[in-house]
Design a protein around this ligand. Structure first.
Ligand code: SAH
Length: 269
């Protein structure tokens, strides 16, 4: 574990969930205000009819599901994904979560699952826009703070290494994401980096600092995978992530925990 950066993520979902719920109040109020912006940005789309929201974990998704009054739909039994549907402001909303792993009983997470969800979601529901929301780690050195919400400007991979000419750039991805100007100022914007692991090695961190003009501020496990699928279909893709832990923090876990608990408790008042 020598080359692993100490993660401050030994929070239970209760703590992370509380921070995310607080951020959700901000996110869910804003999320529909930028849809007209996306319509304008994409000339081929005259009117958005369907929005596909992808959220990996059930706990992350539950505030949005209840806010939007979505009802669970019959999913395809061949896949673990849960699908919720409803309508808001005349738009069809489809929300997918990744469901549980049948062997280990935990929520499915990560890029492989995210790609599958995006592929099936786009194929089945033909959305005009895909939105990925969730929790993420942040780099303190790049200014990330616990509780901050970021909108992605780019999505890339930090652990997809293919050191062959052209494949190297393909591996890191550097996909464009949609950053509607109407939400500039509401959220910070950042490059988001995706990997299969919750932790990050020194080598990956080194690569991360070199592979993009703008060093990633946010690290999670789904965004770039969904971006790749959206690119195949030219579907505008919006990423919104709330920081629940700092990857490069020197703070002791207990201190971080207490600090987070304070933020989280405040949000419950
Ligand atoms: N912090 C959560 C982690 C769950 S597994 C917990 O303690 O339960 C990881 C999921 O959370 C993924 O969907 C990923 O996108 C997101 N995530 C949150 N913090 C992360 C981090 N520091 N690094 C990578 N992914 C993170």
């Amino acid at each position: 574990h020598q080359n692993m950066i100490q993660l401050k993520n030994n929070f239970t979902w209760e703590e992370n969930g509380m921070i995310f719920k607080k951020n959700h109040q901000i996110i869910r109020k804003k999320i529909f205000s930028f849809l007209s912006e996306i319509e304008q940005q994409n000339n081929e789309i005259n009117k958005i009819h369907t929005i596909l929201i992808i959220i990996a974990m059930e706990d992350e998704a539950s505030p949005t599901i209840s806010y939007l009054g979505l009802k669970q739909l019959q999913g395809n039994k061949k896949f673990p994904f849960k699908i919720y549907g409803g309508e808001k402001n005349g738009k069809r909303i489809v929300l997918m979560t990744s469901g549980k792993d049948s062997t280990h009983g935990v929520d499915n997470v990560g890029p492989q699952v995210a790609s599958s969800m995006a592929t099936i979601g786009i194929h089945e529901f033909d959305p005009n826009v895909v939105v990925n929301m969730g929790t993420a780690g942040g780099f303190k050195a790049s200014g990330a703070k616990i509780g901050s919400v970021y909108v992605g400007t780019k999505a890339q991979f930090h652990d997809r290494r293919i050191p062959i000419p052209k494949f190297d750039k393909y591996g890191s991805g550097d996909y464009n994401t949609t950053t509607p100007t109407s939400i500039n100022g509401m959220f910070k914007s950042a490059t988001i980096s995706t990997g299969s692991s919750l932790d990050i090695t020194d080598a990956e961190k080194e690569r991360l600092s070199k592979q993009s003009q703008q060093m990633a501020v946010v690290k999670e496990m789904e965004a770039a995978a969904i971006a790749q699928v959206c690119q195949w279909n030219s579907t505008p893709f919006v990423v919104i992530k709330a920081i629940t832990d700092l990857i490069d923090s020197s703070a002791k876990t207990e201190e971080e925990f207490l600090k987070n608990l304070k933020i989280a408790s405040k949000s419950l008042q």
